[in-house]
Write a protein that binds this ligand. Structure first.
Ligand SMILES: *[C@@H]1O[C@H](CO)[C@@H](O)[C@H](O)[C@H]1NC(C)=O
Ligand SMILES: *[C@@H]1O[C@H](CO)[C@@H](O)[C@H](O)[C@H]1NC(C)=O
Ligand SMILES: *[C@@H]1O[C@H](CO)[C@@H](O)[C@H](O)[C@H]1NC(C)=O
Ligand SMILES: *[C@@H]1O[C@H](CO)[C@@H](O)[C@H](O)[C@H]1NC(C)=O
Length: 530
């Protein structure tokens, strides 16, 4: 008889040794990195494109940075299977077959991936694997495939009466996992069914696949990218070595977002330990695209061997703080201002850094500048932008004190005659030493009269002190409109600075005076007669 043992009236439950079963193929111990044709080429690529991509990535040093798997997405296939049931490449795209392309890519040191589908046809209508799992898996293994993205279109649900999409997905993807295993070749298994709103792979896939989608497809727009982040961030506890959440491939470089937004995209994916799969034309990258995709310090955060997905520890009106512990005891954080610009504050405790050190170093992973802090982490973040830091213990003398300079970027009109505007700037020292010899200089057009309203030089701004400075500007009264550039430079030093060293930061803005004549003419009534 099995009766619970009771002790003092309490049921002792032997329970809940929590083990995550991970797919046991030894692969993807860190999030996979590589290249997928879809985001840039869709179906318009061929074997030549793949080889040129591999060559360009090799030349750009991307293989060494970890971008390892290169693969065609949908549309590599001929429209039908061969008479013996095998899959065949499109003869126009691969005139000599696919093998020479795979061999070339392997010869450069990359691994080769392939795309197929759990259903009868792929999403673009080419032969899918349904009914041929073992045959296709073996064929891929024979070709030397190292990675497979397995999609979820044209699934014959009618063959599973009464089953949910979730149950069918579990069965089919487990079958394909087994088919891959049976080949004996180590192939990274990337499930692509998380875009089906009735499938929740993060709940069950860690022993089925190495990665799974948590979202619908990404698109080259800030709003879509942000939405994919918002969904993926929720499933952090499900990710780890060998099994990763995938918010979809990178759009960096495709032109639909600003450089600042692509930096945000890449930073968020890295702090979430997301697969980093490039999807742009790497044979023709701009300097900024290359700069983003090859930022090793950011990639190191993604690829950290501890394998923890960043968690969101704060989310206030479009201001997020995401933190990720790293194997050497450092912590990486992203401060994300998803709407307008603003100051984001957090603390050492909040980002889950051990709090018993006196001083920490913040290393900005995009500017590579280091500053010291004691407790507060605070930064001005552009709208749609991020600050990404790596935090480690340190000493006050290691770097300048961390501070926030908030320059109100839109001067306000104070009086109309004379045309007088006001602007202000706040400097807050949250560092581990004093800011010394702080000198604030404002430059503008010679036509503008500048009147400081506060002191512009400070001997010291001590730790946790702030100063606020302001000016009046007067612009020529005979001018009805115009734009006057304004630039502010803050220079300072600190007690441990090398002798004579001055640090400085410059902020640019402009005073824009609307065309009053135009306003008078057109600005009278915007109302519709309803
Ligand atoms: C197949 O699965 C077994 C058991 O999980 C595992 O030990 C083995 O490494 C797998 N082989 C491949 C090629 O994935
Ligand atoms: C390279 O990219 C630029 C835009 O950055 C584009 O105008 C040009 O057409 C591209 N060249 C090729 C060969 O694709
Ligand atoms: C947060 O940042 C703002 C702007 O710098 C500052 O006024 C405020 O005191 C900060 N709060 C904390 C708790 O650091
Ligand atoms: C500010 O404007 C000056 C002069 O136009 C320019 O040299 C500098 O690069 C600008 N700085 C920033 C941070 O945009």
């Amino acid at each position: 008889m099995n009766r619970p043992v009771t002790l003092f009236g309490l049921v002792i439950v032997t329970c809940c040794l929590s083990i995550t079963f991970a797919l046991d193929n030894g692969l993807a111990r860190t999030p996979p990195m590589g290249y997928d044709t879809w985001n840039f080429y869709h179906c318009n690529y061929d074997g030549e494109t793949l080889m040129k991509t591999a060559k360009a990535m090799k030349d750009a040093g991307m293989l060494e940075l970890g971008y390892e798997y290169i693969y065609p997405d949908d549309c590599w296939e001929a429209p039908e299977r061969a008479p013996d049931g095998s899959l065949q490449p499109n003869p126009f795209k691969f005139p000599h077959g696919i093998k020479p392309v795979i061999d070339y890519i392997h010869s450069l040191g990359f691994k080769f991936g392939i795309y197929n589908c759990a259903g009868t046809r792929t999403c673009a209508g080419f032969p899918g694997s349904y009914g041929h799992y073992e045959q296709n898996a073996q064929q891929f293994a024979d070709w030397g495939v190292d990675y497979i993205k397995f999609d979820w279109c044209n699934v014959p649900f009618w063959e599973f009466p009464g089953w949910s999409h979730e149950q069918v997905a579990q069965k089919l993807y487990s079958d394909f996992r087994d088919a891959l295993n049976k080949t004996g070749r180590h192939i990274v298994f990337s499930m692509c069914n998380g875009w089906d709103p009735d499938v929740y792979p993060w709940r069950w896939a860690s022993d089925v696949a190495n990665l799974w989608r948590t979202t619908d497809d990404i698109a080259d727009s800030y709003d879509v990218m942000r939405d994919r982040y918002e969904q993926n961030i929720l499933h952090g506890s499900k990710a780890g070595p060998g099994h990763w959440n995938n918010p979809d491939m990178l759009e960096v470089g495709n032109g639909g977002m600003t450089t600042e937004e692509y930096i945000t995209h890449f930073s968020l994916w890295s702090i979430m330990a997301a697969p980093l799969v490039i999807g742009t034309d790497v044979t023709n990258m701009t300097e900024s695209t290359k700069m983003i995709l090859t930022n090793k310090e950011v990639i190191d955060v993604d690829q950290d061997v501890l394998g923890v997905q960043g968690i969101r520890v704060k989310s206030d009106i479009a201001q997020d703080v995401v933190t990720k512990p790293l194997a050497n005891g450092d912590v990486a954080i992203v401060l994300f201002s998803s709407n307008g610009p603003g100051v984001i504050n957090t603390t050492i405790e909040q980002v889950r850094m051990p709090s018993y050190y006196d001083v920490y170093i913040l290393r900005d992973l995009w500017t590579r500048q280091e500053t010291t802090i004691r407790h507060f982490i605070s930064a001005y973040v552009q709208g749609h932008g991020v600050k990404m830091y790596r935090i480690r213990p340190g000493k006050p003398q290691d770097a300048p004190p961390h501070h926030v300079i908030y320059f109100n970027p839109s001067p306000m009109m104070l009086t109309e005659s004379p045309k007088r505007y006001g602007a202000s700037l706040r400097i807050e020292n949250v560092g581990a030493s004093t800011m010394q010899h702080v000198d604030i200089q404002l430059h503008t057009s010679s036509q503008v009269k500048v009147v400081p309203l506060t002191a512009m030089k400070y001997d010291a701004i001590h730790e946790m002190e702030q100063v606020e400075v302001s000016w009046h500007f007067e612009v020529p009264s005979d001018k009805y409109s115009g734009s006057y550039p304004v630039s502010v430079t803050v220079s300072y030093t600190y007690p441990y600075a090398p002798f004579g060293a001055h640090l400085s930061e410059t902020f640019n803005t402009s005073i824009d005076i609307p065309d009053l004549v135009q306003l008078g003419k057109e600005g009278t009534c915007h109302c519709s007669s309803s």
